[in-house]
Design a protein around this ligand. Sequence first.
Ligand SMILES: [Zn+2]
Length: 479
Amino acid sequence: MIFDVIIRRANVVDGTGREPFVADVGVRGERIVAIGDLDMAQAAQVVQAQGRYLAPGFIDVHTHDDNCAIREPEMLPKITQGITTVIVGNCGISASPVKIVGEVPDPMNLLGESDAFFAQFDAFAAALEAATPAVNVAALIGHTTLRAGVMDRFDRAATGDEILAMRGALRQALRGGAIGMSTGLAYTNARLAPTAEVKALVEVVGEEGGIYTTHMRNERETLFEAMDEAFETARHGKVPLVISHLKCADVENWGKSEHAIDKLEAAAREQPCNCDCYPYSACSTTLDLWRVSDQFDILVTWSKPHPEQGRRLLSDIAAEWEVDLTEAARRLMPAGAIYHNMDETDVRRVLSHPLTMIGSDGLPSDPNPHPRLWGSFPRVIGHYCRDEGLFALPEAIRKMTSMSAARFGLTDRGVIREGAFADLTLFDFETVLDGASFVAPTTPAIGIDWVMVNGQPTWVDGDVRNRAGRLLRREAVIE
Ligand SMILES: [Zn+2]
């Protein structure tokens, strides 16, 4: 057989959790067609692995790349990490279906200005396919986006008519290929949505065979109640659940991860549920008054009225303005920030749990982004797996590949096996590491040497050579 590409003598870490093994991997068209000893086979192109590891392309299950995939289709923050598929539309905010006139409501402004949004999912899908991003994209529909599409104000529950309209818009998007729905119930513009409103929408997700992800109503003092709400909502809709970026925010809540994990495990015995996590003890989102605290550093990343204050500590700005932190925040908003509000022990406990997938939660529109945007996946391998020994390499890779593909219904992805799509990442286990830091947040990763998407060599010698990503439309989510 003649192959398009053979990767020779790679340490194959196949994504399933199995121990690495040395093999040649042959690719023809968009698929892996042979794994084993291909010494006698010919190929148009040969990549010598030379001791490096070949993994399934990483799947970033938690992103806000809706608009980035269209406007910056090279997707540099992702392809440089070995990511070959992103799930967009998390935290209740998606680029469709909504028409925005004027100021973009918080936190939808994390996706961009009003021209980042599409009235129909079909229009978003068409724009994405026309842009042909370097990585594959699967899209969730955001609850806050649905609200913005039908409600004149957010400080109340949706009416019966509004719920009907949201159900219709959601169903249309799911039938157009969206893979599920997300909520961001902690945010001011979704907080007054009662559980019943969310349940009415999740019913539609269940009927159409999608998934439900949630940035829960609370990650602080009522974390456990918020988890119960998420489990109950998902059970009501008969949908698989992913708790987004499971964390214990603010000093008073440090240590709660132990019981949170117990709850997740207990729920997982009764219903399909997982969580995602990024490998840092600081979070990042919009600046909001209720998030302001003097117990940890808050780094302002952007501000509409005061762009010159980007990359400065809120406490320094407040001191300079001779006001308290809350007043400084009020003057800066709308704004974005990084909050150093988590405990490393909690982060490790969640990150290492077998039900946890890796999601960056990176914010590509932020001019001073949290380093998770450029660094999450190599940091999990280089820092937490190799240097800290938090888990073995096969488990680190499983959290980024096969578990994610199975949970999100991405057929024939997330594993290296014959017949699977040739989404592949070749990395140097000795050197792989995140390059991005809080000081230099857009520095590319180290040690991610070669990345293939749908059979096309894409990240080669430090350049994007192809853009072969596609929109992955919903198929039935596999249990
Ligand atoms: Zn979130």
